[in-house]
Design a protein around this ligand. Structure first.
Ligand SMILES: [Zn+2]
Length: 210
């Protein structure tokens, strides 16, 4: 087991429920990650953030948990829950390919989710998007072919075409991603390494609604 500190840095309009957090912890346990979540309130309620602004925001908010993670050799990810990206259709993004510690930050956007999904679906879409973006932080890419894949790394606009795409009680990473994680864990998957995302750049921008 690896210990992962997941900092969830959220605007005050978003109230994380225990059911929501448990979905994330359950999904990450598929990778033998022991996830400890810490919530941090974010005062900044800006709209339309760029990747650079998300990166700066992530750096402003990630102490002291990040220091604690580094000292104790835990893994660390900062998941930002903010209003919207500058590309207003994006539900989430792994924006953090800057600096010498890459893939430590990813984001989920509450405004496009509340605009485009029913109230009953919003919590699950938020959880699925968070688990998907955390997957990009581990260097998981979208499936090469969308045909039969139902994994959580399927982009939202492809997943929406499938029945029951939000019904899963624990959103699953594919066996291929689990195997990749087992083989390349420390070299390619660990967040905070100098290794940037290995996915195509546009792949990281595709997590939008149609
Ligand atoms: Zn994606």
């Amino acid at each position: 087991m690896i210990d992962l500190i997941l900092q969830i840095t959220h605007v005050s309009e978003f109230t994380p429920t225990s059911g929501w957090s448990n979905r994330i912890v359950n999904s990450l346990s598929q990778l033998n990650l022991n996830t400890k979540i810490h919530y941090v309130n974010l005062d900044d309620d800006s709209l339309g953030l760029t990747n650079q602004e998300l990166h700066s925001l992530s750096h402003q908010t990630d102490q002291p948990l990040k220091s604690e993670a580094i000292i104790n050799k835990n893994w660390y990810i900062n998941l930002l829950i903010t209003h919207s990206h500058k590309d207003s259709n994006l539900l989430g993004i792994m924006f953090d390919n800057l600096g010498d510690r890459k893939r430590e930050g990813c984001a989920v956007f509450i405004d496009p989710i509340s605009t485009n999904f029913d109230a009953a679906e919003q919590t699950r879409v938020l959880a699925r998007t968070a688990i998907h973006e955390i997957g990009h932080a581990f260097n998981f890419c979208h499936p090469a072919a969308f045909g039969s894949d139902i994994s959580v790394m399927l982009p939202t606009r492809e997943a929406q075409k499938k029945a029951n795409w939000l019904e899963s009680s624990s959103f699953e990473y594919s066996q291929a991603d689990k195997d990749f994680f087992t083989l390349e864990r420390d070299l390619l998957c660990k967040p905070g390494s100098p290794q940037p995302s290995i996915c195509r750049p546009q792949e990281l921008e595709e997590d939008m609604i149609q």
